[in-house]
Design a binder for this molecule. Sequence first.
Ligand code: ZN
Length: 134
Amino acid sequence: MKLNHIGIAVKSIEERLKIWRDIFGFRVEVIEEVPEQKVRVAILESGALTIELLEPVATDSTIHRFIDRKGEGLHHLSFEVDDIEQKIEEYKKKNVKMIDDVPRKGAHGFRIAFIHPTSTGSVLIEISQKEEKN
Ligand code: ZN
């Protein structure tokens, strides 16, 4: 599997860019809202590593609940796959608990699905597939 990005929950993207962009030197690829997940997402690139900063835009956002419970910090690892539907079926057959049985829309033209942390020793894993451009 290939690591696509690391997702980090933040209260304010602007606030956290002070370290990720200004100190660590990450380039801001895009900042966009993903209404389906009630988050703003900043995609940061270093060349070797992609970081996704996730900022809630509503109190019923899962990211808002995450920050309430655990505070800001590491949220998920995202692995890139070629066929997300096939992976979901494969994992379910192998008794891996999925949060998403059907892929949802992620940031930056990706479709994503989350694996339940109870199946992974409390690490939230996202699988992601770049959407075909027709
Ligand atoms: Zn992600």
